[in-house]
Write a protein that binds this ligand. Structure first.
Ligand SMILES: [Zn+2]
Length: 394
């Protein structure tokens, strides 16, 4: 079956509301039933901001402004490209597809990745002069106390004032060297204070898609602790490292690429995404978590208040900040465990209800009792910790 045919068949068979129903309970949004509503799938919501226009087969959220059709929805929630979304929908709604086509899609995808790598290697070779810039980097990072404390460790510095024509735009800028897992220099990210709001510049340009900030320096701690913190810019990264959370890397490009996910998976599959409570940041975290799950990683979301990481650090001070992140991380892991156990509980109680023999029933019931006791203890711990952490924001 050709992709176009599959697309057409999905448009005819799959209803957007049926896909949304997999994630949330739907409510009537209008008398006619032409609009359906539910809590938003992309941001923390309890006012049913997510609307489905049934006739148009379009969704939109009036708060976070996420909008699209059924393919867009699957792409965002599962974390895949449009072709993969078609195959996923075909699977969910039991639309038969030809196996050989699926293989073709996967093969195609891999070829694209290989050619990306080839061009990256080529540009590293071309940009060998970058080494010269690194060697002559000064360590003048102004009077930002956060930067002076760990810039040397992360290799951050200010480039020389005079550089060859090709690299003039790097002159006098703050540079963040990017290294691979062996510590070999791959290129730079450039930041300039007065360019606030602009995205950082990358040399070579495609480096932004294939590398993570601080990964080389974080590898040891990631392997030791078994998880990685993911933050969103170099300031967040520096603050985390300075506070002792050296298993932190930063994505500086909006969303994680599949190359970056592959890179992380080399060291760990557990990723704690730290984000603020702003709606746009919640949406980014939701989508990132989806992409990670799709790649068989285990994502956790750690939501801060409206304050970002450096602001929290300044506001709380080093000791409180460290305690806060440590406890919040613990809560995130415990909550995930709670969700896992709740599902186990559901399955067990269903199995015990369906059990035919008396012996089997008894065995399942006693397992259920053990699980309930564990859950009770977990709920107590969660309540105590939640209260404690909430006090930080009163
Ligand atoms: Zn929303």
């Amino acid at each position: 079956m050709r992709i176009k045919d599959l697309e057409q068949q999905i448009a005819q068979t799959v209803r957007l509301e049926d896909v949304v129903r997999r994630y949330a309970e739907l409510f009537r949004g209008s008398k006619s039933g032409k609009t359906l509503r539910c809590d938003c799938l992309f941001h923390r919501d309890d006012s049913k901001s997510f609307r489905i226009k049934v006739t148009e087969q379009i969704y939109e959220c009036c708060i976070c402004k996420e909008t699209g059709n059924v393919i867009d929805l699957v792409q965002s929630l599962v974390g895949c490209n449009d072709t993969e979304a078609l195959y996923i929908l075909a699977d969910w709604f039991e639309i038969p597809i030809d196996e050989t086509d699926t293989l073709f899609v996967q093969k195609n995808k891999r070829q694209v990745n290989d050619s990306d790598n080839a061009s990256l290697l080529h540009s590293i070779h071309e940009n060998r002069e970058l080494n010269m810039i690194l060697e002559s980097l000064g360590y003048d990072v102004g009077n930002n106390p956060l930067l002076t404390a760990c810039h040397k460790y992360l290799g951050l510095g200010v480039s020389p004032e005079v550089l060859p024509d090709k690299y003039e735009r790097l002159a006098g800028a703050m540079l963040f060297p990017i290294r691979d897992g062996e510590g070999v220099l791959q290129g730079f990210l450039k930041y300039k204070a007065e360019e606030k709001g602009k995205e950082c510049i990358c040399y070579p340009p495609n480096l932004a898609d294939s590398c993570l900030l601080g990964l080389y320096q974080a590898i040891k701690a990631i392997e030791k602790l078994g998880f990685v913190y993911l933050v969103w810019n170099y300031n967040d990264l520096l603050t985390m490292h300075i506070a002792g959370f050296t298993n932190t890397v930063a994505c500086y490009n909006g969303s994680l690429t599949s190359q970056q996910i592959d890179l992380l998976l080399k060291y760990t599959n557990r990723v704690v995404i730290i984000h603020t409570s702003e709606v746009s940041k919640q949406v980014r975290a939701t989508k990132t978590a989806a992409r990670l799950s799709f790649a068989s990683a285990v994502p956790y979301c750690l939501s801060l208040s409206k304050k970002n990481i450096p602001t929290l650090y300044k506001w709380m001070g080093a000791a409180k900040f460290e305690y806060f992140i440590r406890q919040s991380t613990r809560l995130v892991f415990l909550n995930a465990l709670k969700d896992k156990w709740l599902i186990e509980q559901q399955t067990l109680s269903k199995r015990s209800n369906d059990a035919k023999s008396k012996e089997e029933k008894i065995e399942l019931r006693s397992k259920l009792v053990v699980l309930r006791n564990k859950l009770d203890k977990l709920f107590t711990i969660l309540d105590e910790n939640c209260d404690y952490l909430c006090r930080y924001f009163e």
